[in-house]
Design a protein around this ligand. Structure first.
Ligand code: GH3
Ligand code: MG
Ligand code: MG
Ligand code: MG
Length: 309
């Protein structure tokens, strides 16, 4: 465990370093508050810090305040080192965001006990953060395919649409629907159907760029948001994606399952549009792809809006 010691008195700093190294910590020592700030606010910062109260550059209490303002994760557990030990001083230090304090000259056993408490807090914090990340992942991803779910991919669409408007770039939105999927379930069973959906999802993910968003929009329907892309380029990419999906059957315990998908795509180029209107346009084009024989990509044309309403 890495630990930062910020202490401007040399003897005290040396003693701390010796004791902490002896306990197995990886100790970084600095002698002023600015150097401490640079380390604690930088990448790969130590999660444990012992900060002297009185130091040149930035005092320990100021440092506590500034670090807490960053609200960074993982959490930094801070022990203030102080000659000040009136109740009011302690309250001031804790109010600034210190987790604990230690009076100087320090007592090694007391320091050890306080650090043990600190390590306990850090490990609980890690668990809380990991749990929260897991919940966040579950709330934004589809369990079966591992793709983002409907809500999250719509959120990406909303953000990308706002960005395209701001930066005056074009973007494309596509809906992809697996063809005759009900027959897959009916012929091979629901589990094999699930395997097909998972494989189609990973084929899509393999073929889009890292800044495109792919999500499972409904049962066997997927939404792809393709930023900074005109309709012709989108058509090329989607056609090659469609070919890739159909190229080889999906292997399942029931045997190889042929799979194709139909795609409807629309583009945004600066006109008035909402996420819903773009999805509706892609859906109209998808419907035409189905009507025209499936396993194909169709582009939305504005005249169709009138027909569909
Ligand atoms: P089309 O080519 O017109 O799209 O025909 P289709 O059979 O694919 O379309 P339809 O909407 O009639 O059927 C879609 C089927 O997808 C019905 C539903 O049971 C199935 N489905 C939806 N979600 C899942 C899922 O998570 N797993 C499996 N195995 N099947 C699903
Ligand atoms: Mg000092
Ligand atoms: Mg379908
Ligand atoms: Mg469908």
């Amino acid at each position: 465990m890495k630990i930062l010691v910020a202490e401007d008195e040399r003897i005290s700093a040396r003693q701390l370093k010796a004791v902490l190294t002896n306990w197995g910590y990886d100790v970084v020592v600095v002698s002023d508050g600015l150097a401490a700030w640079n380390i604690l606010s930088g990448p790969d910062a130590p999660q444990l810090a012992i900060l002297d109260w009185m130091m040149p550059g930035k005092d320990g209490v100021e440092l506590c305040r500034d670090i807490r303002k960053l609200r960074q994760e993982p959490y930094t557990y801070i022990v203030l080192l102080t000659e000040k030990s009136t109740r009011q001083d302690v309250v001031e230090g804790m109010n600034a965001g210190a987790d604990d304090y230690l009076a100087k000259p320090f007592d090694a056993q007391e320091l050890e006990a306080r650090l043990r408490a600190g390590l306990c807090v850090l490990s609980l914090m890690d668990e809380v953060i990991a749990g929260r990340e897991q919940l966040r992942h579950q709330a934004t991803h589809d369990l079966l395919t591992g793709l983002t779910n409907r809500r999250a991919v719509r959120e990406s669409l909303t953000q990308e649409l706002a960005r395209a408007g701001r930066e005056q770039t074009s973007m494309a939105v596509a809906l992809i629907d697996v063809d005759h999927f009900k027959q897959v379930n009916d012929t091979y069973g629901h589990l094999a159907g699930d395997a097909v959906l998972t494989e189609v999802g990973s084929r899509m993910r393999a073929r889009v760029r890292s800044y495109d968003s792919v999500g499972r929009y409904g049962g066997e329907e997927f939404l792809i948001v393709i930023p900074r892309c005109d309709i012709h380029t989108a058509l090329d990419r989607l056609n090659s994606l469609r070919e890739f999906i159909a190229e080889s059957p999906v292997s399942s315990p029931e045997g190889p399952i042929p799979v194709t998908a139909s795609i409807g795509v629309t583009s945004y180029g600066g006109e008035l549009a909402t996420p819903d209107s773009l999805i509706q346009q892609a859906d109209i084009a998808l419907y035409r792809a189905k009507r025209n024989g499936r396993n194909r990509v169709e582009i939305f044309t504005p005249a169709e809006t009138l027909c569909s309403t």
